[in-house]
Design a binder for this molecule. Structure first.
Ligand code: NAD
Ligand code: AHE
Ligand code: ZN
Length: 370
């Protein structure tokens, strides 16, 4: 057992508490990672709010981290002590039906236990005062030390700054990947992006990479316009400035609708708007935002009958162990400007402030330094 400083979510809607938890050694097929830095994603806040049907408490949140392997369990072959890694909430075992399908990044190897806050053997490695503390999304990066399955870490070059490339563990990769892998946006296309937080801004980068001709951003926070334009946004639309439904505004702006849209908020009304602002006959809308448990999407089936397509994307369709090194390389070459996303940095003791900044719309990403 080792001691680890961690931000524990003891109950929904309560501030995280910084305590010293006990961490058990990695078991067979597992690795112990010392977390160097972790971003805070809106999904952490969503789970803390109690709206996540998979939220179990007490738990250690955080899933956008970067760290260094400190120890490996029995039988671990693909990772060594000293390797720099990015934890993966979407594992990649390369053996399951999903991994071998060539159709999806949704690996099934550890997903069932991961969703219950447990390691693959059905137990936890974290405890506090002798009581179990649950894992989160298979990552729990708001802890100085965490334990992950071997299949849930991507090894990256040691030169990459972990306090920046940690953002590739979720937000930045998700937005870019949704555009390039899921929607497969083509050159010259028109794109609408709903929500210009970490995910939506990354989707702008993806749309630029895909050589989209027009990139329309939708957000109720006018402060997002400047940074979005810096990344390549061509038009900013604030729904508060318009009386008519926002899908109608976009359809008018684009002679019938956009070729591709992305919902990066987690609001089912905006998921509908994102679908309905797509062009008749071919427009495709991708849902990225995570809606509260029990929420449902709706539209007139006629929207689909007349050729619009509705799809969704998890972690940008990216297979982490295979593809993350190329995202790291792109960030190293300046093709993915991670600095633009990092509006705040702070120590673990101030992590509740990071959640407040996000809720107030004042941050894009806060990176916690350990
Ligand atoms: P964020 O809080 O940084 O950004 C959300 C943005 O949406 C903000 O700019 C906010 O002003 C805007 N917004 C909120 N309500 C709006 C409204 N009614 N109309 C227009 N704009 C509105 O969040 P984020 O970290 O970028 O995450 C965005 C969503 O993506 C969340 O739901 C998160 O859970 C989800 N997510 C999904 C995946 C995935 O793999 N599918 C990965 C990461 C995050
Ligand atoms: N537990 C949630 C599901 C939330 C969800 O959809 N998560 C996204 C990643 S969000 C990262 O910030 C995802 O990858 N989903 C696919 C998966 O396998 O979880 C709920 O609503 O139950
Ligand atoms: Zn996330």
């Amino acid at each position: 057992m080792i001691k680890s400083r961690a931000a524990v979510a003891f109950a929904p809607n309560q501030p995280l508490q910084i305590v010293e938890v006990d961490v058990a050694p990695p078991q067979a097929g597992e690795v112990l990672v010392r977390i160097v830095a972790s971003g805070v994603c809106h999904t952490d806040a969503y789970t803390l709010s109690g709206q996540d049907s998979e939220g179990v408490f007490p738990c250690i949140l955080g899933h956008e981290g970067g760290g260094i392997v400190e120890a490996v369990g029995e039988g671990v072959t693909s990772v060594q002590v000293g390797d720099h890694v990015i934890p993966l909430y979407t594992a990649e075992c390369r053996q399951c039906k999903f991994c071998t399908s060539g159709k999806t990044n949704l690996c099934s190897s550890v997903r069932a236990t991961q969703g219950k806050g447990l390691m693959p053997d059905g137990t936890t490695r974290f405890s506090y005062n002798g009581q179990p503390v649950y894992h989160y999304m298979g990552c729990s990066t708001f802890s100085e030390y965490t334990v992950l399955p071997e299949v849930s870490v991507a090894v990256i070059p040691k030169e990459a700054p972990l306090e920046k490339v940690c953002l590739l563990g979720c937000g930045v990769t998700t937005g870019i990947g949704a555009v390039l892998n899921t929607a497969k946006v083509t050159e010259g296309s028109t794109v609408a992006i709903f929500g210009l937080g970490g995910i939506g801004l990354a989707a702008i980068i993806g749309a630029k990479m895909a050589k989209a001709s027009r990139i329309i951003g939708v957000d109720i926070n006018p402060a997002k316009e400047a940074v979005a334009r810096e990344l390549g946004l061509t038009d900013f639309v604030n729904p508060k400035d318009h009386a008519k439904p926002i899908q109608d505004v976009i359809v008018e702006m684009t002679d019938g609708g956009v070729d591709y849209s992305f919902e990066c908020i987690g609001n089912v009304q905006l998921m509908r708007a994102a679908l309905e602002c797509c062009h008749k006959g071919w427009g495709e809308s991708t849902i990225i935002g995570v809606a509260p448990a029990g929420a449902e999407i709706s539209t007139r089936p006629f929207q689909l009958v007349t050729g619009r397509v509705w799809r969704g994307s998890a972690f940008g369709g990216v297979k982490g162990r295979t593809e993350l090194p190329s995202y790291v390389a792109k960030s190293q070459k300046g093709e993915i400007p991670l600095d633009t996303f990092i509006t705040h940095t702070m120590g673990l003791e101030d992590i509740n402030e990071a959640f407040e900044l996000m809720e107030e719309g004042k941050s894009i990403r806060t990176v916690i330094h350990f």
